[in-house]
Design a protein around this ligand. Structure first.
Ligand SMILES: Nc1nc2c(ncn2[C@@H]2O[C@H](COP(=O)(O)OP(=O)(O)OP(=O)(O)O)[C@@H](O)[C@H]2O)c(=O)[nH]1
Ligand SMILES: [Mg+2]
Length: 486
């Protein structure tokens, strides 16, 4: 192939201040250019290598944004014989006529460099309220390069709203033949599983060697991201292994007698409080280390805030309001009315806290006592470990954090711990964990056996790989196929 056929060139174009540079940063995992909330921050087009493989590369140009007076110009030039030629031959001053100067630079870039135009739209507003979009696309139409439209600034993913938004913008662009594709790609909240579609879609609107290059690079992009996915899975498996095998020795005194007293007096046990605190401390520490690894793996800067340790403690804390009535109920039941009591608890509609207690209760009063206000259960004769229910909560917690990292675009800046997650993530994760109930139970049992070790990591690796593939495939149906490569 001649050198120009060994690459595909994409030009990022938009009205000024829509987020081209932010999207370039997200895709490149690097702080290129300047990002700011004002017009004409980028004034010189800048090329970056998006990906390289086998001597072939994809280049992306970050360009200055179209200015507000370009639309007026487009209207005026609509009937001119050579509007692009006219624009490119004007002499505008970079400082005095900044807006037109930037517009001219962007147009020049599309004309002389682009195989494909990535036209970015601020989709936080409905299409009919952004008058300049049609005129800007009309100008690109005069140049004649194929256009892929990406909707930016759409906020946290919301399947219902996103579908409606995409449909509205597709409808809006349907009369522009040059527009070959419209979809959401938010620089702040996109998921890595969506990124390769840019190259895939670009490959479908070019031909010949450029198309061959685009297809090879799409594969390279997927493989690179899957390499990161593999490492993320391994980090999470390591984390889960630590939690599964973590244990603490029990206090020396005769436990059964002590617990019996405890139940009758409805007291907490200082020794067990201390044990649980120590185990929470270790859990918070390994969680922070793992999240920081995930952040770095995904090309992000920053660290999880130390408050995560606190929030994870809250997240994992046994819900006392559920537990306290149980303590009252069970006060007189210590001598073994376990069957009837658990039926009462079940009919009372206990959720996680109750469910965990019921499980322990069936194991006998001694085990029960450990779950009153604690997420610990006995491991062998004289140690305690996390309960199975707690392990499942831990797994959910790390998966939700993984999703937050997988969606956090570098263009948004340094990592921030999520304050809230999209509601549909939680229901998809819950469904996945329910479908894996038995498997999680087996993993938990394995973690408690003396010979846990060697194969536990492999089992966890397989679990996280399959679950995350399924969750991400559920969130982004058109990305499902990439996980079949593994
Ligand atoms: N909420 C949100 N804000 C965004 C997103 N992308 C960019 N922004 C913000 O939009 C503003 C403009 O972003 P830039 O990347 O500088 O925009 P640009 O299109 O390169 O602008 P010019 O170079 O000036 O034409 C900044 O304040 C960004 O933080 C996004 O996906 N979501
Ligand atoms: Mg910019």
């Amino acid at each position: 192939m001649p050198s120009s056929d060994r690459e595909i060139v994409l030009s990022l174009i938009s009205h000024t201040n829509v987020g081209k540079t932010a999207l370039a940063r997200t895709l490149l995992r690097s702080d290129v250019g300047d990002v700011a909330d004002s017009a004409h921050v980028t004034v010189i087009p800048e090329a970056h290598t998006l990906i390289e493989a086998d001597g072939i590369s994809a280049k992306i140009w970050d360009t200055p944004g179209f200015g507000s007076n370009l639309a007026k110009l487009a209207k005026r030039l609509r009937y001119s014989k050579n509007p692009i030629g006219w624009i490119l031959h004007q002499v505008w001053d970079r400082t005095r006529d900044k807006s037109l100067w930037c517009s001219q630079e962007a147009i020049r870039n599309v004309q002389s460099e682009a195989d494909v135009v990535l036209y970015l739209v601020d989709a936080s507003q409905p299409p009919e309220s952004v008058g300049f979009v049609d005129l800007e696309v009309e100008i690109i139409e005069w140049i004649g390069k194929p256009v892929l439209v990406y909707l930016n600034q759409t906020g946290q993913p919301d399947p219902e709203r996103d579908r409606t938004n995409e449909a509205a913008w597709r409808e809006h662009f349907k009369n522009h033949e040059i527009v070959k594709h419209v979809s959401i790609l938010d620089a702040f909240t996109r998921c890595w599983t969506q990124e390769h579609h840019i190259l895939e879609q670009a490959g479908s609107v070019v031909s010949g060697d450029t198309q061959v290059a685009a297809r090879k690079l799409t594969t390279a992009w997927i493989e690179r991201n899957l390499g990161i996915f593999d490492r993320a899975v391994s980090e999470m498996s390591h984390w889960a292994r630590e939690a599964l095998t973590d244990s603490e020795p029990l206090p020396q005194k005769d436990l059964t007698e002590k617990l019996r007293e405890l139940i009758l007096r409805s007291e907490r046990n200082k020794d067990l409080d201390k044990i649980q605190q120590v185990m929470y401390g270790r859990l918070a520490e390994t969680t922070a280390t793992t999240v920081n690894e995930l952040i770095a793996l995904h090309g992000l800067d920053g660290e999880t805030a130390s408050t995560l340790a606190e929030s994870s403690r809250d997240e994992f804390a046994v819900k006392r309001d559920i537990e306290e009535p149980l303590v009252a109920t069970i006060g007189g039941a210590v001598s073994g009315l376990v069957g009837g009591l658990s039926a009462d608890l079940i009919s009372g509609g206990m959720t996680f806290g109750g469910g965990a207690v019921i499980g322990m209760l069936l194991g006998g009063a001694t085990t029960f006592a450990l779950t009153r206000g604690y997420n610990l259960t006995r491991s062998g004769q004289n140690r305690v470990r996390w309960t199975e229910a707690h392990f499942v909560t831990q797994v959910k917690f790390i998966i939700m954090l993984y999703l937050a990292v997988a969606h956090f675009g570098r263009g948004r800046g340094a990592w921030q711990d999520p304050s809230n997650n999209p509601a549909h993530w939680e229901s998809i994760v819950d469904a996945e964990l329910s479908a894996n109930e038995k498997r999680l139970s087996e993993l938990w049992k394995r973690g408690g056996s003396a010979s846990a070790s060697a194969t536990l990591h492999q089992h966890l690796d397989k679990f996280f790989r399959q679950s995350l593939s399924s969750i991400l495939g559920n969130l982004y149906a058109n990305s499902q196929s990439i996980f079949k490569r593994r």
